[in-house]
Write a protein of this length. Structure first.
Length: 97
């Protein structure tokens, strides 16, 4: 059972990363457009997008187009997501200075 949970978590991480990459390459993309490009259902994409928005990895914007609400997404830059002050650097055990 533990191995199955690890596999699920790894797959979920890969899916989030894949969606992040697609949004970063196509800023302003919608869930519908992503579903057409990736070939996943809009519900599956929306599930992962909600996680990415909650983790503040992507931003969403809402506008009204022809009387319909249109949500689009834009990825934050990776350098903005990393906090270099909190990172610690570990020396490689086999590397000599």
């Amino acid at each position: 059972m533990e191995i199955a949970n690890l596999v699920r978590r790894k797959r979920a991480f890969e899916n989030r990363w894949y969606i992040y990459e697609m949004i970063s390459k196509n800023p302003g993309i919608t869930i519908y457009d992503l579903s057409k490009i990736i070939g996943w259902t809009p519900g599956k994409i929306e599930y992962y997008i909600k996680k990415l928005v909650a983790d503040e990895v992507i931003n969403n914007s809402t506008e009204v187009v022809n009387g319909r609400v249109r949500k689009s997404y834009k990825a934050k830059k990776m350098k903005d997501l990393l906090n270099w002050d909190e990172m610690t650097f570990v020396k490689h055990p086999n590397k000599k200075d």
